[in-house]
Design a protein around this ligand. Sequence first.
Ligand SMILES: Cc1ncc(COP(=O)(O)O)c(C=O)c1O
Length: 553
Amino acid sequence: MSDINEFSVLVIATIVLALVLRRAWQRLCLSMAKAPGLAGHVRWAKRISRWLPSRALSVTEALAIDGAPKEVVIQRINALEQLGHHLTQGHEKSLQWTKTMQPNLSDLQLINRYRVPFPFLSMAATLPITSVWSSSTGNRIFDLDGNGYWDLTGSYGVNLLGTPFYRASIREAEQLAGDLGPILGSYHPIVQDNVRMLRELSAMDEVSFHMSGTEAVMQAVRLARYQTGKPKLVRFAGAYHGWWDDVQPGPGNPMPPAADTLTLREMHPATLRVLKQRRDIACVLVNPIQAMHPNRPAPGDSTLLSNGRISTYDPHAYGAWLQQLQQICRSQGIALILDEVFLGFRLGHLGVQGRYGIKADLVTYGKTLGGGLPVGVICGRSAWMKRFREDRPADICFARGTFNAHPYVMASMHVFLRHWLSPQCKAQVDAADQVWQQRLERMNACLAQHDLPIRFAGMQTIWTLLYSWPSRFNWMFQFYLRRHGLALSWVGTGRFIFNFSYTEQEFEQVMEIVIRAAKEMLAGGWWTLPRGTTDATVKRQLIRELIASWWLR
Ligand SMILES: Cc1ncc(COP(=O)(O)O)c(C=O)c1O
């Protein structure tokens, strides 16, 4: 009897030990699949963001922050004054509008505050930039004072075909849907054509319409959880998928990181091991724009403390990664959700799926697909899209929205899709890679010829600016560009969003502005590095400043 008891205890102990070891191994694998740095460690990122004290330097302190000699500081004082003067004079109405509206427009407060690294807010206050436009013609946008700028804001990525196209599509949509008007909750017959064209482009069975990219992603993740009965969502470090809590677990979200979101390392074998190993993963969410900067957040000037911006777009390596993901997701019964909201129709006629030869389970689209009006779309295979069960009628995955499939949005989407599938547009898309690669090379050759310490990296029409020198003032370049006539979105020089309608002459003018702005920045002393400044010395200096600001808070 006692032998049997001892044996049972031994068996139970062995099982418990095996389970504990298995769990420890899984935990270790999960840790190994996290990207290094704060983008991969969202809990730490949140803690640190709460702790980080605000230390706004005075203008005098800021100008000499890198230990520049007196004559350089004087050069900078003059340059700052001149730049402020150019950004103010002739912009009175636009600036007055901004000043009046700012206290009552929460979004405006946020974007004006987060254009530059926060220690330099006092300097930015002398460099006013407005966010109000009253008209546009082609690729030019105009402020309230009639000043014109080249539009590289890209309307957050919506603008792929040039603003005139979207204006015309909205006008046509009004005619197409006008007889019905805004009757909601049912469908305009034009939806039939849209579904046909979307199925053709996505090679999927079904379509659902939503109001924004965020909503489309939210519902795609819910469907994956519903169909698999599993809770975990895998997203990759740094990737943006809208502002829903589950896909934004780090700073920016007031809630603790969602327990069911795993933030893993993109383009890394440790992640594939986790996907193979775990049994609780419902879906993997991929934003292919991350190919430009895997495991790093979107590059914004508000975090440009030196020259740490990196861009490493390798289409072959990224394609191979997507194929590996597809294979593992399929074999593990995990939904592969390709979030094409930003890039969808930029990289090729059949979107990212067509570009890299992959087939996702669910694809989300938005932005440009609305033909200028707000939209979010999911295309997916029927097995993933179904929101109810035949044999369990009460178990549904509910998703309805008042404005889903709004007739005017469906009509402008129709105009977009009809154009997109036309041979003329197809030829333009097919040529785009070559056109934009040549333009990128031309721009960089020109920058090199003028000995300027900046270079562009790009993924076709989406470009980012890389700074060669560890200046503390690289973030200022966005103001020089604005002063010379380029409009960027509030994230600044991290994203230059071109569109297919930019002509050679227009591109030449953009190039001239970049060169002119960079020469002026150079002349202002912002890129004059005190002797001995290197990446390493700047990093040490930043750490010292951080500790000092915490100490003095
Ligand atoms: C990849 C991706 N997914 C989702 C979204 C959210 O879309 P929306 O702003 O329409 O909610 C964005 C927005 O930039 C995006 O880039």
